[in-house]
Design a protein around this ligand. Sequence first.
Ligand code: ANZ
Length: 832
Amino acid sequence: GATYNFAEIQEKWLPIWDEIQPFRSDDPTDERPRKYVLDMFPYPSGDLHMGHAEAYALGDVIARYWRHRDHNVLHPIGWDSFGLPAENAAIKRGLNPVTWTYDNIDQQKRSMRRYATSFDWSRVIHTSDPEYYKWNQWLFLQMYKKGLAYRKDSWVNWDPVDQTVLANEQVMPDGTSERSGAIVVKKKLTQWYFRITDYADRLLDDLDTLEGQWPAKVLTMQRNWIGRSIGADVDFVIEGREQPVTVFTTRPDTLHGATFMVVAPDADLASELAAGATPEIQAAFADYLTEVQKATEIERQATDRPKTGVFLGRYAINPVNGERLPIWAADYVLADYGHGAVMAVPAHDQRDLDFARAYDLPIKIVVDVPAGTDEDGNVIDNNPAVTGIATGGEGKLINSGELDGLTKKDAIAKAIEILTQRGTGKAAKNFRLRDWLISRQRYWGTPIPIIHAEDGTEIPVPEDQLPVVLPPTEGLNLQPKGSSPLGAAEDWVNVPNPIDGSPARRDPDTMDTFVDSSWYFLRFLSPNDDTQAFDPAEAKKWAPVDQYVGGVTHAILHLLYARFITKVLFDLGFIDFEEPFTNLLNQGMVLMEGSAMSKSKGNIVKLSEQLEEHGVDAVRLTMAFAGPPEDDIDWADVSPAASNRFLARAWRIAQDVSSAPGVDFAGGDKALRKATHHLLAEAPGLIESFKFNVLVARLMEHVNVTRKAIDSGVGAADPAVRESAETIAMMLDLYAPYTAEDMWAALGHKPAVAHAVWPAADPALLVQDSVTCVVQVDGKVRDRLDVAPDIAEADLEAQARELAGVVRALEGREIVNVIVRAPKIVSIATKP
Ligand code: ANZ
């Protein structure tokens, strides 16, 4: 007979699928339940690689599964095609980013089609199309109107290699740029921001609604990133200054323990205070500030870093006891957290203690934290001045006037009450989250739709003049240089003021591409609508996304921004939900010999070569079979060749079936039917709990069972063999769509197998095999019954007593004892 040839099968089905477009999801009469299954869309950075192959294979298992469960499934794809990677790659090759990007998209599209991901190809979007980014500009304007988009002058993260600012989220924990790897420095610039901090509480609190639906790790990362602290704002009068200075503290209970104040050297306040001091102090401060600006935020927050600072020659007055506190500038206090100034309580805060010890400042204990013992039973001194360890724990307040004797918790409440009464403070909370810096000084992004009048006023581009299309690259120098290349496009940048026609200039910056991806899942719903960003009626039907699939690298940035913009659109009345992604699956990475694939390690496995050698189905199946989808896959440990052999075995079964389609399965071999129906019963639970690999294992077993049935007495003509082969084809479609379609055709069906609804398991075929139980009366077998092997004793006894033979034997006798050994024996004894 024929042999399994993956290349032939691929060539046969791809054009047929192209023609019948089995995955369109725009039939308005389709009333089945809907599922929106979304894979994070790719950057067009070269051809698809092994990481894509894994992500899209796993996402497709879920999309295909819901179709087989009779759902109307929306599974779209697009390209996140603006941004630095494309722009830098184009510059490096001396190409136009437009050409480079769209050539890559074409190549990825072709690869993706061949990879047979079940996308609805009628809904493709590219974020670099004016038809798409017009709506980024629209979104910006809606936010601008609400005061959620604004410009401010502040210290920003500056990537000296890419020559652009970065969002906080794009600075890695080691202080380097997520993109270029360069050490990020601080620069004071006027930039555009989205006011995400207005949403901090909601972004944090609503994470609770995602519990159990998103990976716990991602929820934790988001919570920490938002970082809410509860405490108080306290106002300190400054000698020689009209305005008091406010500090944020989580420990207002320790106010009596404050012995100095510290101001962030890079905060305007520090410069101002220094300016009022002696020339010596001014000079020392200026030198210090220069040093500080070389340090990264991460370095500044490191607890083990020696503390440095300068005395500013000024004093603050403690509002609770009138004490004079010297004011220092020190870089462990950050300019953009809280108010950029702290009341220092060295006894109970480690950083303050380190600083106090370095500069010989007083240490005053105000919480009596009991002395402890270490693991060897030694008493640990609780005096921070001696141990160098601040005592942050629980204890009773001392040396604190009205607060004396209170616990930490009660003292915090009381201190806030006192401050509020006196008008020198109030309850406050603070977030780690900063506003989202969205402007970039680069070409390949969405132009910011603002025009600057000569007098400096900002004029939003009227909505009917959108999109503001990027100028052609001809004549522009795209090399990173610290200001946007768009500023040099004279014809483009110089425009009449839309209000009075006077000379004005367009804003030359472009938006962070995370703006593009913050709402793209809505654009898929009406991708060709040129009258609105998305159709709210379609959003009602499809959104939010039921299942989102993508890498954990996006745990903070993209997911936080998308959640934020979703809430903004909710507030603006465009959608009726507040969380964009109901369920989230983070797939692992594909490694080679234990490490991430990289050019420098020379361990890159080329997807194209794998596909050439083993075929699409074997690669996809291998990705799904390697382990739980969340785990990394080491390509050195898996065998696409073995996957291929399994696919050939499965395929042969369909070739061998010799009954006709539509044959009544009822008369088929009972044992094989039972095996098939057990598989039908188990598979949905496995897929819905993301145990894709376990279902592959079950399919492998089932192919073997079916092969045995064909080769043994059952034979290829038995209806149970057809039933089994059809089930295998329908399930294999999740992983190996070409093979499944070819099996389906061999079994006499029309394409597409992807639309074959899995039959429900027949409960009659799920009952376990029965066991025969004998029933004795006074040692003699009087009857028998067939029961389930796991029958309960009481149940078995009750059934046994009703058997005709038993009833006859017991007639007129009195039962004295019944022994039940479920499921095999019931033994009844009567009175002699
Ligand atoms: C006095 C105090 C006493 C504090 C004490 C702590 C313990 P989180 O939890 O991170 O919000 N702080 C406030 N603003 C700061 C800034 N701009 N840079 C560095 N540190 C700052 O921490 C809040 C605490 O961090 C605040 O409470 C303040 O120190 C410090 F026994 O005030 B605390």
